[in-house]
Design a protein. Structure first.
Length: 657
């Protein structure tokens, strides 16, 4: 910013110096005119004195001296013009060298910017590749989890089928147990009946023994029969005891089997609860992953849009750089043509100078020869002196009219200078406004140092164009001085030749037309300068907008990377918390499952509903995954097309460079 202000201040100083030089040259021309008037008066006084003393000789001698002075002045003026042309040539050569250096610097800056842009492009490509790798890894994880979910779903179906088989087998076993219990109860009742019969038989046996004791002698046969019956009863009792033991063992076996079935059922219920919890957790995880994948797809789409916008910005910047390079090459060609033209003018002026020197030498020789003839014509010139005085008075009146016109021209030039100063003040006000805007955007310009260098180069170009305009103004002033010289010459020639009045007037008209044309060109050049300033401001605005867009895109990418990292951390913490909660819920659920059997039926219904929902969710997830694969394939194709476009653009820019 300081360098920019210093350049503007230097341009202002240069402009004021040029204006001061123009004013000095105008003052010098005025003093030269006054000096010519004073010389004219002196010549008239000398003429009168010479007419009184030695009219003829002194007049001719004075005329010869005046001619010699004129030729010497012309020679001196030609020398000054030649020196000025040499200086202009040197300045133009220096300006051409400076412009070539500026073009080389601009090419270096453009190459540096191209390398920076390629580096940025490589970093963005690397980031895009990392994001694509992450997306592919996420897709693989999702596909693996999807396979796991499908395997778990198939396992759940198998477990449900096993649970249904277990429930059916449990129901059958319960029915069998109920029948066995009925049979056991029947056998127990029969055993009790048999036991009651045995007691009755024992009682009868005791009665019979008592009777036997009483009737031992008479009832031996009955005793044998009774003993036989007792043996049969004892055998039946042993058979019943054996059946009872068998039934008891079978009962114990069935009770152990029932206990094992109950334990297996509890374990299967716990496994079912655990699988249901894992299924719910996995379904939640799947929804989260799908949401995350949708976000990532949106982010990739935004990144692709940003890449398209960056590609458009790169194309626009390359077009502007090529246009600026072509403009600089055109200006360099114009400057070379102008230098050649000035060299041709210098050669013509040197030829004229040599011709003037030869004419001067011839004139000196002829003046010596004619001095004798002039002495003879002195008498004739005395008579013509009075007529010449009258003609001098008329020429003085014409000179006054010409001086009035010259003063009017000076007033017009002053007005034009005032208008130019007012326009320059307006430009300064616009510059101050732009300076305030630039101070507000100073932080953005710190990033855009290459742009400031380009602007510096453009400002140097504007300063060179401004210098060219000042040189045109100096040329106009020099032409004005030449006009004044021609007026002086015409005044001196009026004293000698009346015929050259018309020629002098024609020359004045031509010179005025040339001056008017040059002033018109100067006005057109000022308009072009204003248009160039407007284009520079517009380019500044566009470059600032592009810089802001690039910074916003970089910040957006950084925010995306930070959000991805934060989501990964949150995902890990949530996963650990879910594992802890799952264990706690699993323990609580097992406890509640043991307490309440009604929950089994509710859980079976809920599990059936969950399975239906899971199947629907799996269908939706498959559709979403198919859509995601389709979108990913489209994005991959777009990325490959963009990569190929960027490579082609980079190769074209390298070929142009």
């Amino acid at each position: 910013m300081k360098e920019f202000e210093e350049l503007v201040a230097a341009a202002h100083r240069f402009r004021f110096d040029k204006l001061s030089e123009i004013e000095v040259s105008i003052n010098e021309s005025i003093t030269a005119i006054e000096a010519t008037y004073s010389k004219q008066e002196l010549s008239e006084e000398q003429n009168t004195t010479l007419c009184e003393e030695q009219a003829e000789l002194w007049i001719k001698h004075q005329e010869v001296i005046e001619l010699v002075n004129q030729q010497m002045a012309e020679k001196h003026a030609v020398n000054i013009e030649i020196n000025e042309l040499h200086n202009l040539k040197k300045q133009e050569e220096e300006e051409i060298v400076m412009e070539k250096n500026a073009i080389e610097e601009l090419k270096i800056i453009m190459a540096h910017e191209a390398t920076e842009f390629r580096e940025k492009k490589d970093t963005l490509d690397a980031q895009i590749a990392d994001l694509q790798r992450k997306l592919e890894a996420k897709r693989r994880e999702n596909s693996a989890k999807k396979d796991e979910y499908l395997e778990l779903a198939s396992d759940l179906k198998d477990l449900q089928e096993k649970i249904e088989d277990y429930t059916k087998s449990n129901m059958a076993l319960r029915d069998e147990l109920a029948e066995l219990l009925k049979q056991i109860r029947k056998q127990i009742n029969e055993f009790e009946e048999k036991k009651a019969r045995k007691e009755e038989l024992l009682k009868k046996k005791a009665d019979l023994q008592t009777r036997l004791t009483t009737k031992e002698g008479g009832f031996d046969e009955e005793r044998e029969e009774l003993l036989r019956q007792l043996k049969d009863i004892e055998e039946k009792l042993e058979v019943a005891r054996q059946c009872y033991e068998k039934l008891k063992k079978e009962n114990d076996l069935l009770s152990t089997q029932l206990q094992a079935f109950l334990d297996e059922e509890e374990r299967s219920c716990g496994e079912r609860d655990r699988l249901a919890e894992e299924f719910e957790h996995l379904s939640n995880m799947l929804t989260e992953k799908l949401d995350h994948l949708a976000k990532r797809l949106v982010e990739t789409k935004t990144i692709e849009d940003e890449l398209d916008r960056l590609q458009e910005i790169l194309d626009v910047s390359q077009n502007t750089y090529t246009r600026e390079l072509s403009h600089l090459e055109d200006t360099l060609k114009k400057e070379n043509d102008r230098r050649e033209m000035l060299q041709d003018q210098l050669a013509n002026i040197t030829a004229q100078y040599q011709k003037m020197i030869a004419d001067h030498n011839e004139l000196l020789e002829t003046s010596k020869q004619k001095s004798d003839a002039y002495k003879k014509r002195l008498s004739e010139l005395t008579a013509q002196n009075e007529q010449l005085k009258k003609e001098i008075k008329a020429s003085e009146e014409i000179l006054k009219a010409l001086l009035d016109k010259l003063h009017k021209k000076e007033a017009q030039y002053k007005k034009r200078d005032a208008s130019l100063l007012a326009e320059i003040k307006k430009l300064e006000e616009e510059y101050n406004a732009t300076k305030i805007l630039l101070q507000e955007k100073e932080e953005e310009l710190k990033v855009n140092l290459p742009l400031s260098q380009e602007l510096k180069i453009e400002l140097e170009e504007t300063t060179t164009s401004y210098n060219n305009q000042n040189e045109l103004c100096a040329e106009l002033l020099e032409e004005e001085r030449m006009l004044k010289k021609s007026i002086d010459r015409s005044l001196k020639e009026i004293s000698k030749l009346n015929r050259q009045k018309t020629n002098a007037k024609n020359e004045l008209k031509k010179n005025r037309e040339l001056a008017f044309d040059q002033l018109q060109r100067f006005g057109h050049s000022l308009k072009f300068l204003e248009r160039d300033n407007y284009e520079v401001n517009r380019k500044l605005y566009v470059l600032n907008a592009e810089n802001a867009r690039l910074r916003a895109g970089i910040a957006f990418l950084k925010e995306d990377v930070s959000t991805i990292e934060y989501e990964a951390k949150v995902y890990q913490s949530e996963r650990q918390q879910i594992h802890k909660d799952r264990k706690a819920l699993y323990d609580l659920f097992i406890k509640k499952w043991i307490r309440d059997e009604h929950l089994q039926k509710m859980f079976l219904k809920h599990q059936h509903d969950v399975m239906n929902l899971l199947e629907e969710h799996i269908r939706r997830s498959t559709k979403i995954n198919n859509k995601a694969d389709y979108v990913h394939d489209g994005l991959q194709l777009n990325y490959e097309e963009m990569d190929s476009l960027l490579k082609s653009k980079s190769t074209q820019s390298c070929d142009k460079e």
